[in-house]
Design a protein around this ligand. Structure first.
Ligand code: ADP
Ligand code: MG
Length: 339
């Protein structure tokens, strides 16, 4: 059974960024306003992520790495409403099967922090130990990813490729969650740090910080040419959309950059991407590629939640109708800005 679990885990966690994405979502679920990430050797040697969120109760530390253990589903009914893509309570379990995992955590009411290490879904024999009182929050330390799977390790190209993908994922979550301050550090190198301001008062109306964060990642020249498009909640197809895109004056991208969040999760949706690509080909000068950040909210009931967790591609009900409305709103924008 251990081997079976390891194979299952290796399917979910194929590369370091898959693990990091799950860990970031946990920090956000815990209500954190700062997320610090340190990476060694593209995450294969070390992923260390600390947050200032709610922390984990000592009692829960025993079971957090068991499969399907989640504090986020209180009742079965929630299963239908929750913003899930068929992936609950499996992240820490999976990571513990393919790495050496340590958690240090402190809740508000606990006088001290606790530390626990895991292997193959279970606490190691050291158990749970108190440690010096840090402030509230959680640190997750993932060491030697894929140490027990030479096939997986050998399939990866190396630290730089993995770090590039990690940088992409962190910067995208930082843009989407602009109220949270993200810090990404590549240990041993200074050139590739990322630091975003966050927004301590959580004023989500303040999209200036969203634009600033896009500017930090993609540069001030791109930020200058950003334009906004949005669709208010649509009663019929139960969705809303907000996006930023670059206009025809911005010509520096080598390929289209399309950042898509559906219900707070970074996903791919080829049909949306294709339709926008075709549209931009009509309106932008040749060889000009757009930047698009899109925040799409769809009634969770209409999302296909049974897609396998490794598939980032999502499907949803009324897909054609929703895409054609998105297309229309973008087309109006492009018509106006080229006029
Ligand atoms: P899920 O997020 O689907 O519940 P995970 O395996 O990702 O499953 O996490 C298991 C549980 O561990 C969570 O439900 C949560 O209670 C706890 N947890 C994990 N990471 C954090 C964190 N950074 N802060 C607080 N609690 C956390
Ligand atoms: Mg999770």
């Amino acid at each position: 059974p251990q081997l079976v679990n390891r194979i299952a885990a290796g399917e979910i966690i194929q590369r370091p960024f898959n693990a990091l994405k799950e860990l970031i979502e946990n920090c956000l679920d815990a209500g954190s306003t700062t997320v610090n990430i340190q990476i060694k050797e593209g995450g294969l040697k070390l992923i260390h992520i600390s947050d200032n969120g709610c922390g984990i109760d000592k009692e829960d530390l025993k079971i957090v790495c068991e499969r399907f253990t989640t504090s986020k589903l209180k009742e079965f009914e929630d299963l239908k409403a929750i913003n899930t893509f068929g992936f609950r309570g499996e992240a820490l379990a999976s990571i513990s099967h393919v790495s050496r995992l340590t958690i240090i955590t402190k809740t508000e009411k606990s006088p001290c922090a606790f530390k626990a290490s895991y292997s193959d879904g279970k606490l190691t024999k050291d158990g749970i130990k108190p440690c010096a009182a840090a402030s509230r929050g959680t640190q997750i330390i993932v060491e030697d990813l894929f140490y027990n799977s030479s096939i997986r390790r050998n399939a990866l190209k190396g630290g730089s490729d993995e770090f590039a993908k990690i940088y992409e994922v962190v910067s995208r979550y930082a843009i989407h969650n602009f109220h949270v301050s993200f810090y990404l550090k590549r240990i041993g190198e200074s050139s590739m740090d990322l630091k975003t301001p966050g927004c301590p008062n959580r004023n989500l109306e303040n999209e200036q910080i969203l634009q600033d964060t896009i500017g930090i990642v993609y540069g001030a020249d791109l930020k200058k040419e950003l334009e906004r498009v949005s669709i208010d909640f649509d009663e019929k197809f139960k969705f809303e959309m907000m996006a930023y895109l670059t206009n025809s004056r911005y010509t520096q991208l080598k390929q289209m950059t399309f950042i898509l969040f559906i219900n707070e999760r970074l996903v791919d949706c080829q049909p949306i991407k294709k339709s926008l690509q075709n549209l931009f080909q009509l309106y932008l000068p040749k060889a000009t590629n757009p930047f698009i950040y899109m925040n799409l909210k769809i009634d969770p009931k209409n999302l296909d939640v049974n897609i396998h967790p490794t598939k980032h591609e999502v499907r949803f009900l009324y897909q054609d109708e929703i895409i054609s409305r998105i297309e229309k709103s973008f087309e109006e924008k492009l018509l106006n800005s080229s006029a």
